[in-house]
Write a protein that binds this ligand. Structure first.
Ligand SMILES: *[C@@H]1O[C@H](CO)[C@@H](O)[C@H](O)[C@H]1NC(C)=O
Ligand SMILES: *[C@@H]1O[C@H](CO)[C@@H](O)[C@H](O)[C@H]1NC(C)=O
Length: 472
């Protein structure tokens, strides 16, 4: 994450309607132009009204396959803030402002509501227990055990589907170490341990494949020295070289290096050999992801210019470096944690704002061309309650992957960071569907199509519309 600090979200641009009345035209044309503008605005307003209910729900997609319906059922979630505790005058003097909002409760380690956000080990998802009626159910926010019974350590992660082994691999930050602050002003951190890898056939039972890229213990000048930062590792396969290529965010404790690192392996389960770090396109690079397109061109997407904008550019054929080609997108919008996916030829991206470990509002973006221009569509979160939707269900995007055989259905992966104990950060996996008109065009301008809506549906408990294990 996340050169936290200063960043404030300035992305909420008002809806702008560009209507160019050149100087040659009379005042009349300006009036006509504004009228058209007004009509369009009314159109959107009513579109909005008819689509948007109390729960932030878009119009219901009745034409979906019956198996989808469970995914798009809208679940409300009302969390009641308990009445104020009785506090001694001394305690009030020490800490006069007691937490009142849900976000404050979430960030307060001693909150009485803690168990709602970080449920205890008793409720852990354990795929090795005879699951019975719990088999294959995701419970966003609960502890999720691997097949050895240990909590999965794959934070800020991503999924690779490997055709050669017909397996899913989940890579992420292995953070099973103590959380501390390197100095007074530093963000909470865990020393680099390495990149964890888990394998699965069904996306539910995950086997620990070990640390596939370990930290460097002794050489302080090494990028992977334990005192540095390794975040958001992502792996793709290169069919020209038959290699698995990992890209990750590499930084120092203070997030001033702002680089990407590249590693390579012959096998999805490693070991990966670290190659180098680089500042892509001579730019600072923090939160990042990579995306492999249908034509096998891969792209690097990263937050740059102090996280104020994203950069996107194609990788070389071997995926081991960037090419000189780069575009700046979402300029001035201060987005990070990009997760990119494609549906019916259109590119989509979910991003978060920049508020460090604290959760914030997700936004969905779309583009006809991956190199841009990218348009911001709005908050994709549906269900839960208002605070859930304004905090991405108290989590931050990290990856989106398609469910094979179910066009338009994706799994949205996010991290519910626990800055008090980062190893205990939780995973929030939810169904993401693309369909229906966008409900709140933030950035609409003429010449761009209206994109279908990206919706992430909150569920306390849900499962995939079929058993992958049974299919294979
Ligand atoms: C699963 O089955 C058990 C025992 O039959 C039952 O107590 C429990 O409520 C069920 N859980 C769900 C989520 O349906
Ligand atoms: C990080 O910043 C602190 C305080 O400004 C400084 O003391 C420390 O040397 C810096 N560390 C690195 C690795 O740059």
């Amino acid at each position: 994450m996340e050169n936290k600090m200063r960043m404030r979200n300035k992305y909420r641009k008002p809806t702008t309607l560009h209507c160019y009345a050149g100087s040659r035209y009379s005042k009349l044309s300006i009036v006509v132009c504004s009228l058209i503008g007004c009509l369009i605005m009314f159109h959107f307003y009513f579109l909005n009204q008819s689509q948007q209910s109390q729960t932030g729900v878009p119009q219901m997609q009745s034409n979906y396959h019956p198996l989808y319906r469970e995914l798009i059922e809208v679940e409300d979630d009302t969390i009641k803030i308990p009445p104020p505790r009785k506090r001694s005058p001394r305690a009030i003097k020490r800490k006069p402002k007691r937490p009142t909002t849900l976000i404050e409760e979430f960030l307060d380690e001693s909150s009485q509501l803690r168990y709602l956000f970080f449920p205890g080990v008793k409720t852990a998802i354990d795929p090795m227990k005879d699951g019975g009626n719990e088999s294959f159910y995701y419970h966003p926010g609960r502890i999720w055990l691997d097949t050895d019974g240990n909590p999965i350590q794959a934070h800020g992660g991503g999924i690779l589907y490997d055709d050669r082994s017909s397996m899913y691999y989940w890579y992420g930050e292995y953070k099973d170490g103590p959380t501390y602050h390197a100095h007074k002003k530093a963000a909470a951190r865990v020393d680099i341990i390495g990149v964890g890898c888990y394998s699965s056939k069904d996306l539910w039972k995950w086997k620990n494949e070990g640390i596939v890229l370990p930290a460097e213990q002794t050489d302080e000048t090494h990028d992977l020295h334990i005192s540095n930062v390794l975040e958001r590792p992502k792996v793709i396969y290169n069919q020209n070289t038959n290699k698995y290529i990992m890209w990750m965010h590499i930084d120092d404790t203070n997030y001033t290096k702002a680089a990407v690192g590249i590693a390579v392996s012959d096998s999805p389960t490693g070991p990966f050999t670290y190659i180098k770090s680089t500042r892509p396109h001579d730019s600072d690079s923090r939160d990042m992801t990579i995306f492999k397109d249908d034509d096998n061109t891969a792209y690097l997407i990263y937050s740059s210019d102090d996280n104020s904008e994203l950069h996107i550019g194609p990788l070389t054929q071997d995926y081991l470096d960037v090419t000189p080609v780069v575009r700046r997108v979402l300029v001035g919008q201060h987005r990070e944690a990009p997760a990119l996916f494609k549906h019916e030829g259109t590119y989509y991206m979910v991003t978060s704002g920049c508020t460090g470990w604290a959760p914030n509002e997700a936004l969905a973006h779309a583009a006809e061309n991956i190199m841009g221009p990218w348009e911001t569509m709005g908050n994709p979160c549906v269900g839960g309650n208002k605070v859930f939707r304004l905090t991405t269900f108290f989590a931050q995007s990290t990856f989106v992957f398609p469910l094979p055989g179910f066009p338009g259905v994706f799994v949205f992966m996010a991290d519910r960071w626990n800055p008090a104990d980062l190893r205990d950060s939780r995973y929030v996996w939810l169904p993401l569907l693309v369909g229906g008109p966008v409900d709140r065009p933030l950035d609409y301008s003429f010449g761009f199509p209206l994109w279908p809506r990206v919706s992430i549906y909150w569920h306390k408990r849900w499962r995939l519309p079929y058993k992958l294990s049974a299919k294979k």
